[in-house]
Design a protein around this ligand. Structure first.
Ligand SMILES: Nc1nc2c(c(=O)[nH]1)N[C@H]1C(S)=C(S)[C@@H](COP(=O)(O)O)O[C@H]1N2
Ligand SMILES: [Mo]
Length: 497
C-alpha cells in the first residue's frame, strides 16, 4: 500500500492552496465587472437571479446607459487585483488556470500510478452510510474511525473524491463554456450548461462549493488538532515533529499571503508590465483558438433577445451629428493604408457588395450576452476590392467616439480604435454591419457601421467606424497594444476566451 501522505501529495496540496486562492480572487475580479447572474443568455436587466450591487439599470430607462456603468470596484483584499481591473483579473485567472491544471494533471497521474486511488475512489456503496455515520460522530463530538488501512475516514474519502474528481473538472468545464470562441464553434457545448449564463452561474456556484469545502476542511484541521494535522500536511505523518511542522506550515502560509500581496500590489502599480508579462503566457493560447475556431452559430429569429445591452456612449462630435441627421447618406468610409486600390465608399456602395444576415450571440468581456440579427457585407469582399498588399497583416478600425468625452472614467482619453488580424477579417462571418434586427443599425449599437466577429469578445467589434486602414502589426498605433481597450484597460488583443 502507498504511504498515507507521500511527498508529491504534500507538494501538490500546497500548490493547490496557492492556485485556488489566486483563482478565486481573480475570478471575483471578473465577477465585479458584471456583478449579476442570469438564468438565460438574454440577460434582461432586472431579471438576474443574483446581484452583488445595489445599482440597477433598466431596459426602458429614459437615460441611456452603458454596460460599463454596471462594473463595480471591489477591494484588492478580496479581488485580484481589485478596483475595476477586469483585464488584469482575467490575466491572473488565465495564468493561474494553466498552472492549476498542470498541478492537477500531475496529481491525478500520480494518484493512479502509485495506487493512491484506493484511498480516494469509493469502491463500495457502503461508504455512503458510513459517511453519514461519520458526520454524526463529528456532531456528537467524537472522531469517526478511519477506514481500515486507509488515511481517511468515510466522509473525508467521499468529500476529497468529490472535490478532486467532480468539482475541479466541473469548474474547468463550466469555465470553458464561457469562451466566445468555444461557444461559437461548439454551440452544443454551451447548451449542456444552459448557455453561457448557465455556465457562468454554475461556475459561481462551483466557487461557492470550493469555498464551503475549504471552510469545513480548515475547521476539521482545527478540530483534529492543528499541530498534529500540520505534521501530516507538511511532513507526511501525524507522528512527525509538531514544532517543525508548525514552523514549516506557518512559513508556507505566510509565503502564500506574501505572494498574494505582492502580485496584487504589482498589478495595480505596474499595469502595463503585468499585461505584457502575463500576456507572454496567456496570449498564445487565446490567439490559437481565435485563429482556428470558426463560428458555427445557428440561431433563429425567436432566439433574438428582447433587450440588447449597449456598451459605450455614442460619439459627441459635430461631424458625427451632422452625418447622423440625414441618416448617414453623406457618410463615406475611407479604406486605405497598405492596399493597392484605396477606396472611399458609401453605405449604398457597401450594400451593393451583397447583404448577408446572421443571427448570433454577443459576448461582452464583462460577462453579459445577447442575441441579435446583424445585416451587412462580409469584410472579405471589401478587402477583395481594395486588395491589401502582401505586407499587410492587420486591419485597423478607427471610430468616431472620443472616449475622453464619452467615457465615465476620468482617466480615459483618445479615440476608440481596434485591430484584428487580417485572417480573422477574411472569415465569411466577419461583417461590416449596417442593419440590426431587420432595421437600420441604431446609433447606440454603432451606426453608421460596426464590426461583427463571431468568435471574439464584444470589445473587438468596433462601433461607429470612421475609417479602415491596413497595416503591418499594431505597435505603432495608440499605446501599442492593438486597440483602445487593450491600451487603456489592459485587455488582451486576442479575445477568444
Ligand atoms: N467605437 C466603439 N466601439 C465599441 C465600444 C466602444 O466603446 N466604442 N465598445 C465595445 C464593447 S466592449 C462591446 S461589448 C460592444 C457592444 O456592442 P453593443 O453596444 O451593440 O451591444 O461594442 C464594442 N465596440
Ligand atoms: Mo464589452
Amino acid at each position: 500500500m502507498p504511504p498515507f501522505f507521500p511527498l508529491w501529495m504534500i507538494i501538490t496540496h500546497a500548490l493547490n492552496v496557492l492556485f485556488l486562492l489566486l483563482l478565486a480572487r481573480s475570478g471575483i475580479e471578473v465577477l465585479s465587472a458584471f456583478p449579476k447572474l442570469y438564468r438565460n443568455d438574454h440577460c434582461t436587466p432586472g431579471r438576474e437571479w443574483l446581484r452583488f450591487t445595489k445599482e440597477t439599470y433598466s431596459a426602458d430607462s429614459a437615460k441611456p446607459w452603458s454596460s460599463e456603468d454596471e462594473m463595480v470596484s471591489w477591494s484588492p483584499v478580496i479581488a485580484l487585483p481589485g478596483r475595476k481591473n477586469l483585464g488584469m483579473g482575467r490575466h491572473w485567472h488565465f495564468l493561474t488556470i494553466q498552472f492549476w491544471i498542470l498541478t492537477g494533471a500531475v496529481y491525478v497521474a500520480l494518484v493512479f500510478a502509485t495506487g493512491y486511488w484506493r484511498y480516494l475512489l469509493p469502491t463500495r456503496w457502503s461508504i455512503f452510510p458510513e459517511a453519514v455515520k461519520a458526520v454524526g460522530a463529528y456532531f456528537g463530538l467524537h472522531y469517526p474511525p478511519l477506514l481500515p488501512n486507509e488515511p481517511f475516514n468515510a466522509v473525508q474519502k467521499l468529500s476529497y473524491f468529490a472535490v478532486i474528481f467532480l468539482l475541479a473538472p466541473f469548474q474547468i468545464a463550466t469555465g470553458a463554456a464561457m469562451s466566445p470562441s468555444v461557444l461559437a464553434r461548439f454551440p452544443w457545448y454551451g447548451r449542456l450548461f444552459g448557455g453561457k449564463q448557465g455556465a457562468r452561474s454554475l461556475h459561481f456556484l462551483g466557487l461557492c462549493a470550493f469555498g464551503g469545502f475549504v471552510v469545513v476542511h480548515v475547521a476539521m484541521v482545527v478540530i483534529h488538532g492543528v499541530p498534529s494535522e500540520f505534521a501530516a500536511i507538511v511532513l507526511g505523518s501525524h507522528d512527525a515533529s509538531n514544532t517543525l511542522a508548525l514552523a514549516i506550515g506557518s512559513a508556507g502560509l505566510l509565503v502564500i499571503l506574501v505572494i498574494n500581496v505582492i502580485v496584487t500590489w504589482f498589478s495595480l502599480r505596474h499595469r502595463r508590465a503585468t499585461q505584457r508579462l502575463l500576456g507572454l503566457v496567456v496570449n498564445p493560447f487565446e490567439r490559437v483558438i481565435s485563429r482556428v475556431f470558426r463560428s458555427r452559430q445557428q440561431y433563429s429569429t425567436k432566439d433574438i433577445s428582447p433587450y440588447h445591452r449597449v456598451n459605450g456612449y455614442p460619439p459627441t462630435s459635430a461631424e458625427y451629428d451632422r452625418l447622423a441627421r440625414n441618416g448617414f447618406r453623406d457618410f463615406r468610409l475611407p479604406i486605405g493604408g497598405m492596399v493597392e486600390t484605396p477606396a472611399l465608399v458609401s453605405l449604398d456602395d457597401l450594400r451593393r457588395l451583397g447583404l448577408e444576415r446572421q443571427i448570433t450571440k454577443h459576448n461582452c468581456i464583462q460577462g453579459w450576452t445577447a442575441t441579435a440579427q446583424w445585416g451587412g457585407v462580409p469584410l472579405g469582399r471589401v478587402l477583395d476590392r481594395v486588395r491589401p498588399t502582401t505586407e499587410a497583416d492587420t486591419l485597423v478600425l478607427y471610430a468616431f467616439d472620443d472616449k475622453g468625452d464619452t467615457d465615465s472614467e476620468s482617466d480615459r482619453w483618445g479615440f476608440f480604435y481596434g485591430t484584428i488580424p487580417l485572417a480573422l477579417a477574411r472569415t465569411p462571418e466577419t461583417l461590416l454591419v449596417f442593419e440590426m434586427n431587420g432595421g437600420p443599425l441604431p446609433v447606440e449599437h454603432g451606426a453608421p457601421l460596426r464590426l461583427r466577429i463571431e468568435t471574439q469578445l464584444g470589445f473587438k467589434m468596433t462601433k461607429w467606424i470612421k475609417a479602415i486602414e491596413l497595416t503591418r502589426g499594431y505597435d505603432h498605433l495608440g499605446l501599442g497594444q492593438g486597440g483602445w481597450r487593450e491600451d487603456q484597460q489592459y485587455y488582451a488583443n486576442a479575445a477568444g476566451i
